[in-house]
Structures are given as C-alpha cells and as structure tokens.
Unconditional design. Sequence first.
Length: 250
Amino acid sequence: MRWSERQVALLRGIGLRLWQPDGAVPPPAAAVAAPVVPAVRASAAVAPAASGSPGDVAALDWPALRQAVAGCRACGLCESRRQTVFGVGHPQAHWMVVGEAPGEQEDEQGEPFVGAAGQLLDRMLAALSLSRAADGAPAQRVYIANTLKCRPPRNRNPAPEELARCEPFLVRQIELVAPRLILAMGRFAVQTLLRTDEPIGKLRGRVHRVQGVPLVVSYHPAYLLRTPSDKARAWDDLCLAAEVAEGALA
C-alpha cells in the first residue's frame, strides 16, 4: 500500500513524520504490520438487559434502540447525565470504532469523540480516507459508539456493573451495523469487548474476534494526546486494521 501526498500530510497532522527519499511518498513502516493471527478470545453470550432497560434489546431496530438508550434507567448514571450518547456515523459502515465512556463534552453534545480527542480521531481516520459522515459510501465511513452511553460523574472510571448493564445496547449496535472490522480504542472498550483484564500493550498487533467480527486493539485518542510518543504505535494499529478490512472485502 502506497500513501498519497494528502495522506502523508494528514499523518503529519496527527504528529507523525515520514521519511521520504528523493521526494517519494513511501508506505509507512506500519504497512508491514504484524501478521494477522487467529483470535485468542471471543465475546461470550451477553446476559439480558437489566431492569430499567428494554427487555428484548436484540429485537430493536435503530429508532427503537435509540429511544431505549435515551430512556434507560438501568444504573445510577441516569441520575447525573445531561443526555445519553448513542452513537454517530454511517449505519452500515464497514468500520466500527468503539470507545470507552462519554466525557463532559460528549455529555453536553450527545455525540461520542468530540473535543480534542475527537479531532485527533477524525484526523487519524482521514489518513485512511475514512470519516464519521452518516451518508456516502459505507466502505469510506465509520460508525462510532461507546461502551457506556452515559457519562460517569467527574469522568471517573466506569464501574463493572455499569459496563455490564450497558453492554446489550453496544452488542445490538454491532449487530445492526454489521461492520467488516471493529477498532476498539482504550482500555475499558478493549477489556469489555474481549472479556479480559490484559493490558492494551499485550493485545495490540493481533486480530481478535467479537460477534464474529475481526477486532483490532488500539489506544484511546485522549491517551495519545497525553502520550504522543505512542502515536506511531497507534498508526501501526490503524494500518493493521486497514489490512484486515481490505481482506474482509476481498
């Protein structure tokens, strides 16, 4: 895979500079990412939704699922939220990005990945000619959702029971999108989807599967803003994800 001048410029925009001999545009080093290996874990069956959420999430279409999330009172987070954060993007996108929990700006705007972290994610996706637009070609779009639909107070870490009660909503979103690839970003997204307590560093560079869909692990954009030295590793993850997505379409 060779990268255009536009993509190289976008990579520079997220803080990565590529060596270019004689003005050529080379593929990034991550284009030779670690080979895809069989999944080491798969998501187990998900328990029915808890009291206060819809009794049969698996039967809901997009409008009904959005309404169920907006009215959910299955855990205490409903008491402190401004609004729920459902998801955004193309409903049949080939890529699905799963993040952690909404922050303050997400809680205010009702959309995942906004603010500085969202801008960085958009630049990372743009480097692969992807966007969160709700229309256009599904192969060039993503659908973005969080593991939690409500913001934990003061941006604290999600509690296990909160993740468990919200999980059926995410599972149904994955079923409705039917993506070719899931990009899980951040510890809580990764550990929830893969049902593991292993750190991201040990899960990167491999292809896992959740609900039969290939899943690639990467760092959360907010973490990359705090730790820019890991941006190159995140680019490796994106390149691996692109290879997997291309293979799924072959």
